[in-house]
Write a protein that binds this ligand. Structure first.
Ligand SMILES: [Zn+2]
Length: 371
């Protein structure tokens, strides 16, 4: 018998999985519990890969959707009351109370919703693939979603994807792209007592900093959602010694771009901004943006199912998320899940249990009804 009882409410399952520590790289105990619990349900095909777990129904439905969430959390911390933030702590009751603890919002509440749906929806109107992956909170190379998509592509053929990262149950469409570039300014060294013999590379970087300070980032509407871009210096290095005119200075800039630009467009833009400055420009890393796609029939139907009666409207996702990986596969996706992203990674992280319960209910009625 598994230690994880998935017939409980999503709120209680959230507490049960918060209590199994799963800092990035240390997800084995939680992956074991998830795998064991899901294997009890004959309507699911279950696959274990590393410390990731995949499960799916195979009912031959006309549509298939992916529900995805990461099992890992940031390191356990001590909260503002001096208490270690695992195990979880319930304040109030299981329907309307608050659960405190590491990973409550980011994103064990979303994972609990996935688990409860996986266990209890034996006959959904849409086939569902549930993805529980590892190492999201660390360097992108360790994120197992990238590995699983490469090595198990047949598990990622779908018509639509929902990433249950915390969004206060508001659908967030698409995501921004991100690109880092290094600008290198070169000069000539000399003794600072005879500076006229040198050429100061740090001074040359000044023109680029002025340009960044004056840069007017775009606000652009893409498929009905407003995205805000940003181009910022995020690092600068230079200098040889206290008595030497420096011959090199490098400036790292980060461009967060809207999904109407490809990575090539974004690079072209960065090069244009600094084109007349005497700098070598090299892109050091980048990840593509994802278009929101909320006008597509499945996405539009999802939005009206999960947000019916709410005063809020869907918004654009600021920041890069794994939704972009689905977009690259041609699977449109959204971020939608219980919890507050602004509490993520904080020692006093909590989740509002009413949101957890409501998210599970709305997802259940959306998945339960074949169109
Ligand atoms: Zn997260």
């Amino acid at each position: 018998m598994s230690g994880l009882d998935l017939t409980q409410s999503a709120a209680r399952v959230t507490a049960a999985i918060v209590d199994i520590e799963s800092e990035s790289g240390n997800e084995k105990a939680l992956a074991d519990a998830v795998e064991e619990a899901l294997r009890q349900y004959p309507h699911l095909e279950v696959l274990r890969d590393g410390d990731s777990v995949l499960a799916r129904t195979d009912l031959g439905r006309a549509e298939r959707v992916i529900l995805a969430g990461h099992l890992d959390t940031v390191p356990i911390a001590v909260d503002s009351t001096g208490r270690r933030n695992v195990p979880s702590l319930l304040e109030g009751d299981w329907e309307t109370g608050t659960l405190r603890g590491c990973g409550t919002s980011d994103m064990k509440a979303g994972v609990a919703v996935q688990l409860v749906l996986a266990a209890t929806l034996a006959d959904p109107g849409r086939d569902v693939t549930y993805v529980f992956y590892e190492c999201e909170e660390v360097e992108a190379e360790r994120n197992s979603l990238g590995r699983l998509i490469r090595t198990r592509p047949e598990w990622f053929a779908a018509d639509f994807a929902v990433l249950l990262e915390p969004s206060n149950n508001i659908v967030e469409g698409g995501c921004q792209g991100t690109m880092r570039a290094r600008l290198t300014f070169r000069g000539a060294r000399s003794h600072s007592a005879r500076s006229w013999l040198g050429d100061n590379a740090i001074h040359k970087a000044g023109a680029a900093l002025r340009r960044l300070a004056e840069y007017r980032p775009r606000r652009v509407e893409v498929e009905g959602l407003e995205f805000r871009e940003g181009l910022n210096a995020v690092g600068i290095t230079g200098g040889v010694a206290g008595n030497v005119i420096p011959d090199e200075c490098s400036l790292v800039v980060n461009f967060r771009f809207a999904p109407d630009r490809s990575q090539a467009d974004a690079e072209r833009h960065v090069r244009e901004v600094f084109a007349d400055l005497d700098a070598e420009i090299a892109v050091t890393d980048s990840a593509p943006a994802a278009r929101p796609g909320l006008h597509l029939p499945l996405a539009a139907e999802f939005v009206s199912a999960v947000m019916a009666g709410m005063p809020e409207e869907p918004t654009a996702k600021f920041g890069w998320t794994d939704v972009a990986r689905f977009a690259e596969l041609g699977v449109p996706g959204v971020n939608y899940g219980p919890g507050d992203g602004s509490l993520a990674h904080k020692p006093d992280e909590t989740v509002d249990l009413e949101q957890v319960v409501r998210c599970a209910e709305r997802m259940r009625s959306w998945l339960g009804s074949a169109s």
